[in-house]
Write a protein that binds this ligand. Structure first.
Ligand SMILES: Nc1ncnc2c1ncn2[C@@H]1O[C@H](COP(=O)(O)OP(=O)(O)OP(=O)(O)O)[C@@H](O)[C@H]1O
Ligand SMILES: [Mg+2]
Length: 359
């Protein structure tokens, strides 16, 4: 187990800077998820931690010790790649034990370590097979087994589930969580899947364009997104955004747009008068209320039952929003509907900067 500290980590390729000063701390035994869209620099950051690429500026510390001068093999890190990178001609047993074999660990000790990892991953019955004769999920387990036997201070995972179908992904996600619970080893895990980030991470760093957009625990990222990008990236269906104006006297912040009127208690000293702003409301927080207290009023556009819930698209003025309502919802397209949500679940963002407005 180990702590990890990334301090102003920068990376440039020639004149192109792809990481702009990344600061992240991971506690001992923690699970850090690097989350962001394709090309945001997740793999680059992971490769720097592993030592597969050189850092341009800043520092990487494991257990308080700078590792940037250390070769990958001296960092006591094990990495699981998206492609698994198994040796096709070797059996599962030899694939898992190969790193130990290279380090000169003797046969008995190696077999014991491989057996233990295989038991943990429930692939003991597959030890004599070759990778070509395994399913995607089984290959994934072999790749994890190879990382586990090295007993590292830190696991690095680069999109380990992206080659699997949806059902298997969900199963392996649970498996990784269970494994982390049992081994307690610190993990850095790269994904662009927000569900993986939310379910696995003790800390999530949301990245875009080589910058950290927000670094916090998953609940904070979900409830108090730092900006519109983070708000839209986390949650499915995505958070609704409504453009309007925000007026605050320091005690009550009032958001208004066509068909929308929301009053949120505020403790901020900042006062504004009709400042352009964006209101963010999660689809799952909306409820029907056709009475006086309705905050949003609009026309039902589309009703889509999914089984457990019904997704309802409502036009508020010109702006469409989605509400995830109970399956018993009986409204029809063309009807008028009123909606409410708890004010604590809403977010407000500055229209210009797209940053969260603290209230
Ligand atoms: N060796 C390289 N030389 C030049 N540019 C590179 C190099 N490696 C990566 N990049 C660039 O750095 C940026 C970040 O790449 P990176 O692979 O870290 O993204 P990522 O977040 O892992 O994306 P994905 O989700 O697609 O794997 C990209 O714009 C990429 O083109
Ligand atoms: Mg990548």
């Amino acid at each position: 187990m180990a702590t990890l500290s990334l301090q102003n980590v920068q990376k440039s390729y020639g004149g192109l800077q792809v990481l702009h000063g990344i600061d992240v701390e991971l506690e001992d035994g923690g699970f850090l998820v690097l989350l962001g869209p394709s090309g945001c620099g997740k793999s680059t950051l992971l490769n720097l931690i592993a030592g597969l690429d050189d850092i341009s500026a800043g520092d990487i510390r494991i257990d308080g010790r700078s590792v940037i001068e250390l070769a990958p093999k001296d960092r006591n890190i094990a990495m699981v790649f998206q492609s698994y990178a198994l040796y096709p001609t070797m059996t599962v047993e030899r694939n898992i034990g190969f790193g130990l074999e290279m380090r000169g660990v003797n046969g008995n000790e190696r077999s014991a370590a491989v057996k233990q990892a295989a038991d943990l991953l429930q692939i003991s019955h597959l030890l004599d097979r070759r990778p070509a004769n395994l399913s995607g999920g089984q290959r994934q387990r072999v790749a994890m087994g190879r990382a586990i036997v090295r007993n590292p201070d830190l696991f690095l995972f680069d999109e380990p589930l992206s080659n699997l179908d949806a059902k298997l992904r969900a199963e392996m996600r649970t498996e990784i969580k269970r494994l982390h619970g049992r081994l307690g080893t610190s993990v850095v895990y790269v994904t662009h899947d927000q569900i993986e980030a939310m379910t696995l991470g003790t800390k999530v760093a949301v990245m875009k364009g080589g910058y950290i957009q927000q670094f916090a625990d998953p609940q904070t990222i979900y409830e108090k997104p730092a900006n519109i990008f983070v708000a839209g990236f986390i949650g499915s269906p995505s958070m609704n955004f409504v453009t309007g104006t925000l007026t605050s006297d320091g005690r009550i912040a009032r958001f208004e747009a066509s068909g929308v009127r929301v009053e949120i208690p505020s403790n901020s000293d900042e006062m504004f008068d009709a400042r352009p702003a964006v209101l963010g409301i999660r689809p799952e927080e909306l409820k029907v209320d056709d009475g006086e207290s309705a905050m949003l009023t609009g026309t039902i556009d589309v009703v889509e039952p999914t089984g457990p819930d019904t997704m309802v698209t409502v036009r508020i003025g010109e702006q469409p929003i989605v509400a995830r309502l109970p399956s018993r919802f009986s409204g029809k397209a063309g009807e008028t509907v009123g909606l409410i949500a708890h004010v604590n679940s809403m977010s407000l963002f500055d229209y210009q900067t797209e940053l969260r407005v603290p209230l």
